[in-house]
Design a protein. Structure first.
Length: 66
């Protein structure tokens, strides 16, 4: 997995972006992934030299929901 996207309502995307910029697991996720927002879609692409850390993705998703 080198790229993925999330498409959701504006408030959900706002929360995800906030967590990427301020949350512990969001900041950890951003260490490995470039992300950009286009409207209600966030595009993620793996940074060069990084590998996907599934545990980080799992915890990011879990904690973003809380």
């Amino acid at each position: 997995m080198r790229e993925f996207k999330i498409s959701q309502q504006t408030d959900v995307i706002d929360d995800i972006i906030s967590h990427l910029e301020n949350g512990v697991m969001g900041l950890t996720m951003a260490e490995d992934w470039h992300y950009r927002r286009e409207g209600n879609i966030i595009y993620f692409s793996l940074k060069e030299g990084r590998v996907p850390r599934l545990d980080v993705i799992l915890w990011f998703g879990y904690l973003t929901n809380n």
